[in-house]
Design a binder for this molecule. Structure first.
Ligand SMILES: NC(=O)c1ccc[n+]([C@@H]2O[C@H](COP(=O)([O-])OP(=O)(O)OC[C@H]3O[C@@H](n4cnc5c(N)ncnc54)[C@H](OP(=O)(O)O)[C@@H]3O)[C@@H](O)[C@H]2O)c1
Length: 292
């Protein structure tokens, strides 16, 4: 039986990865690693830790793990590291891939909705404003949110991650770069605003998309719904309703009233599931099925 080691088991994502492995009845022996535990040999290591700890663990696991799946941002843009959403680009994993990165939770929903459109339209530009849940900030932010004095109570905070010299936040740069890498569209223009809102679970995105050609609005909902893992059925979804669900929910699709090559939509999905633990578990299953 193959061994899967989950690192960061006491964190928000780590706990859910354990649940996901159990829920999917993944055929592997699962080992738990917390802050105090030294890495021991495993077939697949899943790192549910921050950038710095993932970097340290990755170097400690060099000759101790056949594959490493990292949930952090540390390696996502490295040239030789596949950045994977299995429904979209599992084929970027090869037998030589050692570390596979799971993407930023915010753009997971975006690329799941854009991927089926990409096959038919020449996508040029995406404007997005995110409405990101508190759980996206991990244990510390959830604890902070329990305090009456929390900045996030009954508020919207337009800074996620660190503020950069160019005025973007680190979260917004991830949205730009990771969208380009996953969709293999290096020139698509991504224009993000990322905002933390007082929803506990479920990230949402207000998206406006520009293509080279006019969109045929009659075919768009079915085209988006053809993406495995996406629900697009004409209903309007909110994060509260979809928390705990696996799919990415796309609604409010309409053409721009002036430019027929612009489309607007609302996307909501569970940041802890498809945005993290579910995606990580799917990558692990793919490795178990195809790479051993
Ligand atoms: N939350 C999300 O929606 C989301 C989505 C996608 C990706 N991610 C990424 O996933 C990673 C984990 O996020 P999170 O939200 O679960 O954060 P979190 O709740 O802060 O959990 C991080 C965990 O790492 C543990 N840890 C620290 N040093 C360790 C070590 N040396 N060995 C093993 N574990 C160690 C911490 O231990 P203690 O409990 O002892 O402090 C903590 O339990 C981050 O890189 C995050 O950016 C998060």
């Amino acid at each position: 039986m193959k061994k899967i080691g989950v690192f960061g088991v006491n964190g928000v994502v780590g706990r859910l990865v354990l649940k996901e492995l159990e829920r999917a009845e993944v055929k592997a022996e699962v080992q738990h690693f917390g802050r105090e535990d030294l890495p021991t040999p495993v077939d697949i290591a899943i790192l549910c830790t921050d950038d710095k700890i993932s970097e340290t663990l990755a170097s400690q696991l060099k000759d101790k793990a056949k594959f490493v799946i990292d949930m952090s941002a540390r390696f996502r843009l490295d040239k030789d590291v596949p950045l994977v959403i299995p429904e979209i680009n599992a084929n970027t994993i090869t037998k030589d891939s050692w570390l596979i990165a799971s993407p930023n939770c915010t753009i997971t929903g975006l690329v799941m909705a854009l991927n089926p459109l990409k096959a038919k339209y020449n996508l040029q530009e995406v404007f997005m404003c995110s409405y990101q849940a508190i759980s996206g900030g991990g244990k510390k932010l959830l604890e902070d949110f329990e305090q009456e004095s929390s900045l996030y109570k009954a508020n919207c905070v337009p800074q996620i991650g660190s503020l950069q010299e160019n005025g973007y936040t680190s979260e917004e740069l991830k949205c730009i770069n990771e969208t380009r890498k996953i969709l293999a569209l290096p020139n698509i223009k991504v224009r993000p605003h990322t905002v933390r809102v007082p929803a506990l679970v479920g990230h949402s995105l207000g998206v406006s998309l520009r293509a080279k050609e006019n969109f045929d609005i009659k075919e768009i909902p079915a085209l988006i719904a053809s993406q495995k893992g996406v629900v697009c059925d004409g209903k309007i979804y909110t994060p509260k309703e979809i928390a705990g669900k696996d799919e990415v929910f796309v609604s409010r699709i309409h053409l721009d009233s002036e430019d027929k090559n612009m489309l607007h939509m609302w996307i909501t999905f569970d940041n802890l599931l498809k945005g993290a633990a579910l995606n990580g578990r799917q990558i692990a299953q793919y490795l178990l099925e195809k790479m051993f």
